[in-house]
Design a protein around this ligand. Sequence first.
Ligand code: NAD
Length: 323
Amino acid sequence: MTVLVTGAGGFIGGHLVASLLAGGASVRAVDIKALDRWHQVHAGAENMVADLRLASECRTAVAGVDDIYNLAADMGGIGFIEQNKALCMLNVLINTHLLEAAVAARASRYFFSSSACVYPHHLQERPGVTSLAESDALPAMPEDGYGWEKLFSERMCRHFFEDFGLETRIARFHNVYGPHGEWDGGREKAPAAICRKVAMAVRSGDHVIPVWGDGEQTRSFLFVDDCVDGARRLMESSVREPINIGSEDLISINDLTDLVAGIADIEITREHDLTAPQGVRGRNSDNNLVRARLAWEPSTSLADGMAATYDWIAEQVQHSTGR
Ligand code: NAD
């Protein structure tokens, strides 16, 4: 079994390659970034640099593979996707060309990493949000830019199965976090940003932590090992409709910040920036369908997952500050 992982130099892709290799698969890992910028480079994989917006590079990447996990996307946290809507929508080039190449190469299965950002805004206007079930995505009013592209590409996967017989799997990931991902520079998401701020507070002694918005906005967060497990289980299943891969444990950003401060064992003062991007007010995953169809649910507690994430980011902060 030869498996292609695109976006393999990124956060989830790097963990997925490790898991597939450990399971005995032969893996081709592809990313647009030069190898020295990959979060993880696994010597056991065939590592390749390619721009998958280009049809020709997609054809090269899929040659001879059975399964394709498409995790490649130009994306980041809310600060990035709100400011780069066109760039996020250009991910449609990756999905279009990769789907076409998959059909032409007679690949067995195609996995698409969609997002909770496909769900409509009006269902996410309160912190005590009702969990989002798969059927809530339509009628559509997703996150502008990034969410529209994900919803469109989900639909394309469906029609590539109906019209060309390509077996497609569609995961709606909800706020994945963990070590070996973006933690600085503008693309990082809330859990990594909070870990960095707390780690820097530990080093500087200045325990004032900037928090985007009033911090009452809520999310659920999924540890990356659980995400990889869910993705692999979905690929092995016969489920073709989009399905949530997320956690149902809702927490506010204020409480998440306090949790990380507790892990670092410091007292902090939160300083709220009400002008910063906050995204939707509340978002949670409804896991009824994924429990029923895949018998899957996350097994890592937020406290354990954030402790592992904090330890890794604190190390990065230490290396980058050179002290
Ligand atoms: P990431 O940014 O760490 O990884 C994506 C990788 O894709 C990057 O390494 C990037 O260089 C690569 N890439 C971008 N353009 C490319 C191109 N033209 N050709 C080849 N590679 C290209 O992101 P991630 O967190 O690992 O997310 C993986 C997938 O999961 C993405 O599709 C993302 O939209 C989706 N997703 C992630 C989350 C999350 O919380 N991390 C939530 C929902 C959905």
